[in-house]
Design a binder for this molecule. Structure first.
Ligand code: AMP
Ligand code: TRP
Length: 343
């Protein structure tokens, strides 16, 4: 009933890392073959926590450069920054009135980010998932590639779409939009690296904000930095197991095997078939070689692209115009459905 369409977003908030690449951007690239895709640099999400206005444009251009360097084609698909398309904020307001406090109160990411001082968190951080639902649904996108940490937010997006469809069902039909106006977007969370962990602590997610740079591999790291970080990565003293079950109680080993599998486009079982029984010194050397081969060219291309901000800004401008045209169409229908007068 709904045409298949892919949407996803990445926040311009600091160091893009291997988790962003394997959990999200690499999937974005693959989906271009089979779907119409819209990829967004979500600068409005970024400011839910303080961003230095002198830094934000650079971070927005860096994420855009990463998209292109990884292989996203901004001519065939759409690449833009969120704040240039007003439909995101407009639909988010309507969703603020659809979503329930009780739903948002369950969001674990808000609890983590707000920490102990919840009274002092921005209201934007609290309603962040409503804006995320608006991002997806303003294009009536059906499929959303994300890392595992976004699963709960995607479930909330589905709940919002469902409640909108129910609450306004009579009006949706009266305006000739059939039974349901919004699709229930499906998360695409698959493969061996949906949750890449810190290289220093197998219990913590690899993250942009972790103070230790040794916890993550940045997409702009050079070959020496990649090699050093992998060599220093925390492991245990045992050799690699030959079966996946053997990874269960060993989060650091599991993480490195998952990274290897995702970079090589094979399964963890395949990796263990080849490297089972190996000492970490040997396996890490193989992982360094693979990571440098895959990430080196991406980092080099990113550096070349960020040096040309005029080109990046032209990509974002072109993408925004095309996204805006799609969003306006949805918003006109939504305004009719909700009962807003428009000229
Ligand atoms: P963010 O940097 O929070 O905007 O995340 C951008 C995308 O990367 C989202 O789809 C996240 O789910 C994904 N992501 C972030 N960190 C990781 C990680 N450590 N492992 C896998 N995916 C991740
Ligand atoms: N919340 C996502 C993250 O932090 C980013 C995001 C914003 C997003 N809007 C989205 C992801 C819409 C998928 C779809 O990773």
């Amino acid at each position: 009933m709904f045409k298949q369409k892919v949407f996803s977003g990445v926040q311009p908030t600091g160091n893009l890392h291997l988790g962003n690449y394997l959990g999200a951007i690499k999937k974005f690239v693959e989906l271009q073959k089979s779907h119409d895709c819209i990829y967004c640099v979500v600068d409005m999400h970024a400011i839910t926590v303080w961003q230095d206005p002198a830094e934000l444009p650079r971070a927005t251009r860096e994420v855009t450069s990463a998209f292109i360097a990884c292989g996203i084609d901004p001519k065939k698909h759409i690449v833009f920054n969120q704040s240039q398309v007003s439909g995101h904020a407009e639909l988010a307001w309507i969703f603020n009135c659809v979503a329930r406090m009780g739903w948002l109160n369950r969001m674990t990411q808000f609890k983590e980010k707000a920490g102990k001082d919840r009274e002092n968190a921005s209201v934007g951080l609290y309603v962040y998932p409503n804006l995320m639902a608006a991002d997806i649904l303003v294009y009536r996108a059906t499929h959303v590639p994300v890392g595992d940490d976004q699963k709960q937010h995607l479930e909330l997006s589905r709940d919002i779409a469902q409640k909108f469809n129910n609450d306004f069902s009579a009006s949706i039909q009266a305006h000739g939009h059939g039974e349901a106006f919004f699709p229930l977007p499906e998360p695409l969370i698959q493969g061996p690296a949906t949750r890449v962990m810190s290289l220093r602590d197998g219990a913590k997610k690899m993250s942009k904000s972790e103070p230790s740079d040794y916890s993550r591999i940045n997409l702009t790291d050079d070959a020496d930095a990649i090699a050093q970080k992998i060599r220093k990565a925390k492991t245990d003293p045992e050799p690699l197991p030959s079966e996946e079950k053997g990874l269960e109680p060993r989060p650091e080993a599991d993480n490195l095997v998952g990274i290897y599998a995702a970079l090589a486009d094979v399964t963890k079982a395949d990796v263990l078939h080849e490297h089972g029984g190996a000492q970490f010194s040997v396996f890490k050397a193989a992982l360094v070689e693979l990571a440098v081969a895959k990430l080196g060219p991406i980092g080099a291309e990113m550096k070349r692209l960020v040096a040309d901000p005029a080109y990046i800004d032209s990509v974002l401008a072109d993408g925004s115009v095309r996204a805006q045209a799609l969003a306006v169409e949805t918003m006109q229908a939504v305004k009719d459905i909700v009962g807003f007068i428009r000229h």
